[in-house]
Design a protein around this ligand. Structure first.
Ligand SMILES: C[S@@+](CC[C@H](N)C(=O)[O-])C[C@H]1O[C@@H](n2cnc3c(N)ncnc32)[C@H](O)[C@@H]1O
Length: 314
């Protein structure tokens, strides 16, 4: 497998600044990737500090092995299982910062064999961990038109989901869809390319990847678990790359936020009183987007949004 040479971690400076790393603190990077964020966190950690990094892609194991640091431990598993590990390592409620840099890396996208790219020809796989679950090929060749339409709409917000699903079924009757470019051609024949900034396959490929890897379900789980894992004043940093992810993060932070939304009018209704739940734990700190300079250097950072919150003592 080729390693994508120009790997740049998104919002790196902002992540390091906002994690407010204590040299003896405990940190968790839930999405190790090529280790860009992890390596920079480790630079700030000393003696009793520790970084646990997770990635569920077995291919990331070799990148983690390049890091020789006694204050570092890599776990080749999904961050959905984080709570199991914090219990095992006895660090539940002791973690000073959790980082999530969602989605997949360019290294995964540009590896043809993984099937994530609609511009490179490869087997239609799209699994982050190819040892688990069903591939995109299996799914697209066995699902009903109604289900394909539903997934493209739900996880890709694809306006043409109905026509794309119809065309997929039509092609499937003649021949199984096995390659990324086969699927991309079917989609591009349905959607006109005129006046489009994005490749017409962008939304459908995103939808299938999110569905195959159960990405949104995993995000909801880790966000909930982070409240059980962080120490008082521990920080939660999440970088999202699409509106579906960001909506979940924003909603979660708001619902668990102690920032009071006091209605302007009095008296207030029972429903409004319930919303003023004083047991809420998070304080929302910031929403950060990449600066123009970063977007110019790394165009794929343009859709990134970093949200920062801090867990307060009850
Ligand atoms: C955008 S990349 C992270 C890049 C990394 N921050 C860096 O600086 O190199 C996202 C990574 O998250 C991993 N990933 C996605 N879902 C995951 C999950 N549920 N559990 C663990 N890792 C996951 C992907 O395999 C990918 O390597």
């Amino acid at each position: 497998m080729k390693i994508y040479k120009n790997h740049v971690s998104v919002l790196l400076k902002e992540v390091i600044k906002n994690l407010k790393i204590k040299k003896n603190g405990i940190y968790i990077d839930c999405t190790f990737g090529l280790g860009g964020h992890s390596k920079n966190i480790l630079k700030k950690i000393k003696k009793n500090g520790f970084l646990y990094s997770f990635d569920k892609d077995p291919n990331t194991l070799k990148f983690s092995k390049k890091i020789e640091n006694k204050n570092f431990h890599f776990i080749n598993d999904s961050f959905e299982n984080l709570l199991k590990y914090t219990k095992k390592f006895n660090i539940t409620k002791k973690v000073n910062g959790i980082l999530l840099d969602l989605g997949i890396s360019k290294n995964q996208i540009y590896d043809k064999k993984r099937g994530f790219s609609f511009t490179l020809d490869g087997p239609l796989d799209m699994r982050i961990n190819q040892n688990i679950g069903i591939s995109a090929e299996e799914w697209i060749n066995k699902s009903s038109e109604k289900d394909i339409c539903k997934i493209l709409k739900k996880f890709g917000e694809e306006r043409f989901s109905k026509n794309i699903a119809k065309s997929i079924i039509k092609h499937r009757r003649k021949k199984k869809i096995k390659r990324t470019l086969e699927l991309s051609k079917i989609i591009n024949n349905v959607i006109s390319n005129k006046n489009r900034k994005k490749n017409p396959s962008t939304r459908s490929f995103q939808a299938i990847r999110i569905y195959i890897n159960k990405e949104l379900k995993s995000i909801k789980k880790i966000l909930k678990d982070s409240l059980k894992i962080l120490a008082p004043n521990g920080r939660l940093l999440v970088i999202s790359f699409n509106s579906l992810e960001d909506k979940i993060i924003k909603k979660f932070m708001k619902e668990n936020s102690m920032n009071l939304n006091i209605p302007i009018k009095l008296p207030i209704t029972n429903k409004e009183v319930k919303k003023l739940n004083y047991n809420k734990q998070l304080k929302i700190l910031k929403k950060i987007k990449p600066k123009k300079k970063e977007i110019k250097k790394n165009p794929s950072s343009r859709s990134a949004i970093l949200r920062v919150a801090i867990l307060k003592k009850k």
